[in-house]
Design a protein around this ligand. Structure first.
Ligand code: FNR
Length: 377
C-alpha cells in the first residue's frame, strides 16, 4: 500500500515545464495501484518502450528563413474546426487521478480549445461531461471545441445502441470505435467510489471485457462480445456521426475500414497495453497512409509526449495525434489547472517547433521534407 498520495497542488510550481515533468511528479499524487495501472504496458513492456523509441529514431531537418506570417496550428476534421492537431485520447476512469475526474479534464480541454475523446468507461456520466464543456465555453464566451465519444461494444447490442443515442443526444460530434481491446487482461480492481458511470445497470462483462489471471478464453462469452467487421457495418447503420476506428496497425485493415464506411482511423497500439510485441504506430504509418491514399484521415497515438513528436507523426502521414497518459499525470498533480497547463505547454511547444522548422501550417509539415532521409526540394 505505501504512503498516502499527496493532495493535488493548488499552485503550479516553476519546476513543471514539460509533460515529462508532470509524469515524474504524478506518482506521488496517486495511490500506488492506480499509478501502476495507468503506467503499465502489456507483458515485458517492450512495445511500451518502443512507443517512445519510435519518435527518437527520427530527426527533423528544418527549413530556414520561412515566412511565418499568418501561421496557424488549426485544422478541419470531419468538417469540424480543431485549433490544434492534438486531442485527448479516451482514457477510462479519470477519477482514479482526481476526485473531479472527467469534469476537471473537460474544463481544461475546453478552455484550451482542445477536443476530448470521452471514454465509454468514464467515471462521470457522458451527459455531465458534455454539459460541463458547454458551461465552461459559455463562461469564457467562446465556441466549445468539438467533443468526441469513444465507444466500446457492449455484449448487448441494445446497450451499445443506447450509448450511441445518448452520445448523440448530449451533443458529441464524432464517434471513436475502439477495436483493439476486445480481449485484454487486467488484474486491476477499481477503488471504492470509482465506477463506469455510463454503464450503470448494464452487465459487468461490459467493462471492456477484461480477463483476470491466466484463464483460457476460447469458447467463452468473452469472444462472443468482441467486435468484428460486421459490428462496424452495424454501427455504420445506426448513426450518422462520423466514425473513427481506433486501434488499427495493418494497412489491409485500414483499407478495409475505409471501404466499410469508417470516416477516419486512429493508428494505435493502445499505448502498449494490449499485447507486447506489437508494431509501433510510427513504424506502420507510411504504409497505412499509402493504403488509404487520402480517402480518410489517419490519426495516431501511443507515446506522444512533446511537440516534435507531433511534427514527426504529421510528417509521416498523420493528420493529428492524441495523448493518453499525460492527461492523467497532469490531472493527478494539479487537477483542472494541471491539465490546462499541460495542454498550454504542448500548444506553445508546437508553435515554437513549427517556427523553428519553418512550417507555418500543418500542410507544410505534411509536405514531407522535414525528416532525415526524406530528400529535399
Ligand atoms: C487507455 N486507453 C483507452 N482507449 C480507449 O479507446 N478507451 C479507453 O477507455 C481507454 N482507457 C485507457 C486507460 C488508461 C489508463 C490508459 C493508459 C489508456 C488507450 C488510450 O486511448 C491511448 O490509445 C493510449 O493511452 C495512447 O498512449 P499514451 O499516450 O498513453 O502513450
Amino acid at each position: 500500500t505505501g504512503p498516502a498520495p499527496l493532495p493535488p497542488l493548488t499552485m503550479i510550481p516553476d519546476s513543471l515545464r514539460s509533460l515529462r515533468d508532470y509524469e515524474r511528479q504524478a506518482e506521488a499524487h496517486m495511490p500506488a495501484a492506480s499509478w501502476r495501472h495507468v503506467q503499465s504496458g502489456a507483458g515485458a513492456e517492450t512495445t511500451l518502450a518502443a512507443n517512445r523509441a519510435q519518435f527518437d529514431r527520427h530527426r527533423l531537418v528544418p527549413r530556414a528563413l520561412a515566412d511565418m506570417r499568418g501561421a496557424t496550428t488549426g485544422l478541419d476534421l470531419f468538417g469540424l474546426r480543431h485549433a490544434a492537431p492534438i486531442l485527448l485520447a479516451p482514457v477510462a476512469y479519470h477519477r482514479l487521478a482526481h476526485p473531479d475526474g472527467e469534469l476537471a479534464t473537460v474544463s481544461a480541454a475546453t478552455a484550451l480549445e482542445t477536443t476530448m475523446v470521452v471514454s465509454t468507461l468514464s467515471s462521470v456520466p457522458l451527459e455531465d461531461i458534455a454539459a460541463r464543456a458547454r458551461a465552461v465555453a459559455s463562461e469564457l464566451a467562446m465556441a466549445p471545441p468539438p467533443l468526441w465519444f469513444q465507444l466500446y461494444l457492449q455484449p448487448d447490442r441494445g446497450h451499445t445502441a443506447e450509448l450511441v443515442r445518448r452520445a448523440e443526444a448530449a451533443g458529441y460530434q464524432v464517434l471513436v470505435f475502439t477495436v483493439d481491446a476486445g480481449v485484454k487482461r487486467s488484474g486491476f480492481a477499481l477503488p471504492p467510489g470509482v465506477d463506469a458511470a455510463n454503464l450503470r445497470g448494464m452487465p459487468v462483462l461490459s467493462q471492456s471485457a477484461s480477463v483476470a489471471g491466466g484463464r483460457m478464453i476460447f469458447g467463452t462469452a468473452l469472444l462472443d462480445a468482441a467486435p468484428t467487421w460486421e459490428s462496424l457495418d452495424w454501427l455504420r447503420g445506426i448513426t450518422r456521426l462520423p466514425i473513427v476506428v481506433k486501434g488499427l496497425l495493418s494497412p489491409a485493415d485500414a483499407r478495409m475500414a475505409a471501404g466499410r464506411g469508417a470516416d477516419g482511423i486512429i493508428v494505435s497500439n493502445h499505448g502498449g497495453r494490449v499485447l507486447d510485441g506489437l508494431a509501433t504506430p510510427l513504424d506502420v504509418l507510411p504504409a497505412m497512409a499509402e493504403a488509404v491514399d487520402g480517402k480518410v484521415p489517419l490519426l495516431l497515438d501511443s507515446g506522444v509526449r512533446e511537440a516534435t513528436d507531433v511534427l514527426k507523426a504529421l510528417a509521416l502521414g498523420a493528420r493529428a495525434v492524441l495523448i493518453g497518459r499525460p492527461q492523467i499525470h497532469a490531472l493527478a498533480v494539479a487537477g483542472m489547472q494541471g491539465v490546462a497547463h499541460a495542454l498550454h505547454i504542448l500548444r506553445t511547444e508546437l508553435e515554437l517547433a513549427m517556427a523553428q522548422v519553418g512550417c507555418p501550417s500543418l500542410a507544410a509539415i505534411a509536405r514531407g521534407d522535414l525528416l532525415m532521409g526524406s530528400g529535399s526540394n
